[in-house]
Design a binder for this molecule. Structure first.
Ligand SMILES: CC(C)(COP(=O)(O)OP(=O)(O)OC[C@H]1O[C@@H](n2cnc3c(N)ncnc32)[C@H](O)[C@@H]1OP(=O)(O)O)[C@@H](O)C(=O)NCCC(=O)NCCS
Length: 187
């Protein structure tokens, strides 16, 4: 099968979602590998976990043409974290489903950046990447994350929940939105 590697760059009002560059990793981990950001993601990563995560993010782009992209703040050119689309590969989860995800440094929480990036990613899922449905995964205690899912118009899918302790709770909970329910960026 041919490679799906193409340059990706997408602008929103305040952000750029784009391919990872080698120089992004140091500032990305510096900003996001903190106890607060990683609280419901299995905790702060050691070198081995960081390297494995980087390889996964790069391989999603190669294999599927999308990944959890680097999120850059236009105004200052800083990496805030990541947001984007992967195919669900969480053990026990709905394998291969289009999945939206996000992780931003705590300095910028509460300013709508995550919603801005996530809405762009959802729109791309439906308009560019052919998704019929997009899911999102989190754990019950991660209210900021499932709160964002609700603000995006996603609905709780208890039927898709599954046992998995990767995120620090014993169950991963699922939200989803269908193409027919996506109201677009102005919705
Ligand atoms: C989950 C996460 C991305 C949510 O970030 P966030 O900044 O709370 O989410 P949003 O971008 O939607 O911002 C919402 C807040 O910004 C406020 N806001 C300010 N300006 C805004 C604007 N222009 N547009 C929208 N909201 C705005 C909203 O009122 C809301 O405030 P509230 O939380 O006090 O009600 C963030 O908590 C995070 O990175 N967590 C750690 C990583 C993680 O757990 N990832 C998910 C794993 S499943």
């Amino acid at each position: 099968m041919g490679s799906l590697v193409t340059a990706f760059r997408h602008e929103t009002d305040r952000l750029i979602l784009r391919d990872w560059r080698g120089t992004d990793w140091e500032p990305f981990w510096h900003a996001t590998n903190t106890p607060a950001v990683m609280e419901w993601l299995g905790g702060v990563c050691d070198d081995a976990k960081r390297n494995a995560a980087q390889q996964r993010l790069l391989s999603y782009q190669t294999d599927h043409g999308h990944t959890f992209w680097a999120v850059e703040r236009k105004e200052v050119g800083a990496i805030l974290g990541f947001c984007g689309l992967k195919r669900c590969n969480q053990a026990g989860g709905p394998q291969g489903e289009m999945e939206v995800g996000w992780r931003l440094c705590e300095d910028v929480w509460g300013q709508g950046y995550a919603k801005e990036a996530a809405a762009a990613a959802l729109d791309l899922a439906f308009t560019r990447f052919g998704a019929e449905q997009v899911i999102a995964l989190t754990v019950e205690p991660n209210a900021p994350s499932w709160g964002l899912m609700k603000r995006l118009g996603m609905e709780r899918r208890e039927d898709l929940d599954f046992p998995n302790s990767d995120f620090g709770a014993d169950r991963i909970i699922v939200y989803s939105i269908a193409r027919t329910d996506w109201k677009g960026l102005d919705g």
